[in-house]
Design a protein around this ligand. Structure first.
Ligand code: SGN
Ligand code: CA
Length: 555
């Protein structure tokens, strides 16, 4: 047992005997809700989930939440992309119901946000960090949010006090977000329970670590996933036409921070923009580290497989160093909850906005309905209510979060919300009657990473996916905001066509079927193969049922 665990147990004992400050002052016995979400955090990079990568780069603080509470092994998103996932969380609605199908414009602000309902019900509500929805934060007593995707270094934030302006703050995003979250907690209204959403920018692309953690994994060699060299045979065209390959699409200068004459066109990268934001002290540390790495890289003169593996290792080293700060942030927040006597009356949740590829199928990024991006990490602890050390394998989804928050607050779930409260799972991880399948729908094409539109269903063992839609620039007509000049979606579409990133591709309309028990890596599409007739029929029926019930309007 580590020091923090024994401290935790001691505090639990104390809490049952004498209520500490926070509890005494509050007459309201409903739990506080602390929801921490990172951006693109793969479950493969959380040691509570086991696995070879995280064993080498552990996350002790996130693991504490799992150990003292529940780990969800089948937590899925409805649409594996940031803004859509956030919109699902805040509205409890599927993407086509809340409007946020793609990355930029979309969210229908006439939808009720769960923050509004909680605030009305007497909660003090706050959001800190990445908001990434093209509307003002709604239903929050306190907000302190980044602009768009945010920056790692010296980011700008907007808050109630800044008169609508974004103001630069000196420091590293993960640390600043944590400082502001703690600020909210310290100055909260003790007569009310709180609902605080802490949304990290990290570990989003281009994975830039805090200066003190630069190179922390440089001596570690991460195991290359067995599907790293996937050649996508046995699958439809979408697996081949995507642009999220570490080998082909990960930029040397932009993602891996080396300047290399072989890739001169990538100079206008996110890394360059970040570097320009840095102050002289930060610049010095960052350039010292990356220049040394660059020299070693150029000297090695890598090509072929050795270059591919170098890219993979370097990607993981940066990504996991970024995660180290996220884990540290979770530790700081837990420490506050403990020391303020809030453990007994606070549910702490840690999740990501979707999953992420750590080299599986040779990829980075997300979007596909294949497991690594469909699955998001989800752990939560709530003393006395969630049994410590429990693992749930029930299928849960990000549309369930809003109903769960409402249930905890004793607020009736609006009938429009399709998700369900996770409270019945809290004791054992399972409930007598739970869902048998989930529905997924991805719409963000043609754009970044060129992943084709698809919807599908997954049950306990099988997954049916339907890839559909016009190919290349012709798909613009299928997307609302890409057709409206002046919108972000329109502008990025035009730029990507101009640069050739959005290229001509055929229209698609085909199915894939995976048997997750026999083929956990989803390498063999068995759709149409003998022996799978019955299950295909069943899953088709389930898919049609969802489309009808949810009034899905494209597929
Ligand atoms: C940016 C990234 C993409 C990423 C999207 C969506 N490119 O456009 O790689 O898929 O965000 O990410 S970058 O060069 O600007 O980093 S999400 O997390 O917001 O959904
Ligand atoms: Ca994301």
């Amino acid at each position: 047992m580590n020091v923090l665990d024994s401290q935790y147990n001691k505090l639990l004992a104390v809490a049952t005997l004498a209520l500490v400050a926070g509890d005494v002052l509050s007459q309201d016995k409903r739990p506080n809700i602390l929801y921490i979400m990172s951006d693109d955090h793969a479950f493969q990079a959380i040691s509570a989930y086991g696995g070879a990568i995280s064993a080498l780069a552990p996350t002790p603080n996130i693991d504490r939440i799992a150990r003292n509470g529940m780990r969800f092994d089948r937590a899925f998103v409805e649409n594996s992309l940031s803004a859509p996932s956030r919109a699902c969380t805040i509205t409890g609605l599927y993407s086509h119901q809340n409007g946020q199908r793609q990355l930029a414009e979309g969210i229908d602000t006439s939808c009720v946000f769960v923050s509004e309902l909680l605030r009305e019900a007497g909660y003090e509500t706050g959001i800190v960090g990445k908001w990434h929805l093209m509307c003002e934060p709604k239903g929050f007593d306190y907000f302190h949010v980044l602009n768009d995707q945010g920056s790692y270094y010296n980011p700008v934030f907007k808050s109630q006090d800044s008169n609508g302006k974004y103001i630069r703050e000196e420091g590293y995003a993960t640390e600043l977000i944590t400082d502001h979250a703690l600020d909210f907690l310290r100055h909260r209204d003790h007569s009310k329970p709180f609902f605080l959403m802490v949304h990290h920018k990290a570990p989003h692309r281009s994975w830039i670590p805090a200066t003190q953690y630069l190179g922390m994994y440089d001596d570690v060699t991460f195991p290359v996933p067995e599907t790293f060299m996937d050649d996508y045979t046995d699958r439809g065209s979408a697996a081949r036409t995507q642009k999220m390959s570490i080998i082909k699409d990960m930029g040397l200068p932009s993602d891996l921070k080396v300047s290399d004459d072989r890739n001169p066109d990538e100079s206008a990268s996110a890394m360059v923009a970040e570097f320009a934001r840095m102050n002289p002290d930060q610049k010095k540390l960052i350039s010292e580290y990356f220049e040394a790495r660059n020299r070693a890289f150029c000297k090695a003169g890598l090509s072929g497989d050795s270059l591919s593996v170098w890219k993979y290792e370097t990607y993981l080293r940066d990504y996991l160093a970024v995660i180290h700060s996220v884990d540290e942030s979770v530790g700081r927040l837990l420490e506050y909850i403990e020391s303020d006597g809030l453990l007994s009356n606070t549910i702490v949740i840690y999740a990501s906005d979707q999953g992420f590829y750590m080299g599986e199928h040779g990829w980075f990024d997300k979007r596909f309905m294949y497991e690594e991006s469909l699955r998001t990490p989800l752990v939560m602890m709530y003393n006395g209510h969630i049994t410590p050390g429990t693992v749930s394998t029930e299928m849960v989804q990000n549309i369930d979060y809003a109903p769960t928050f409402l249930d905890l607050a004793g607020v009736k779930q609006p009938k429009e919300m399709s998700g369900r409260s996770l409270q019945p799972l809290f004791k054992t991880g399972t409930a007598g009657k739970w869902r048998n399948d989930i529905y997924y729908h991805y719409y963000d094409y043609p754009t970044w990473h060129m992943v084709r539109k698809h919807d599908g269903v997954r049950d306990d063992r099988f997954k049916l996916i339907h890839f559909y839609g016009k190919g290349g620039p012709r798909a613009q007509s299928e997307n609302k905001y890409q057709n409206i000049p002046g919108t972000v979606e329109y502008n990025s579409f035009v730029n990507m066509v101009k640069s050739g990133y959005i290229c001509d591709e055929p229209d698609v309309d085909y199915y894939e079927l995976y048997d997750l028990q026999r083929d956990p890596h989803e390498l063999h599409n068995v759709y149409g193969q003998p022996g799978y007739e019955k299950v295909t029929k069943k899953l088709h029926k389930t898919l049609v049922k969802y489309r009808k019930k949810l009034k899905v309007d494209e597929y």
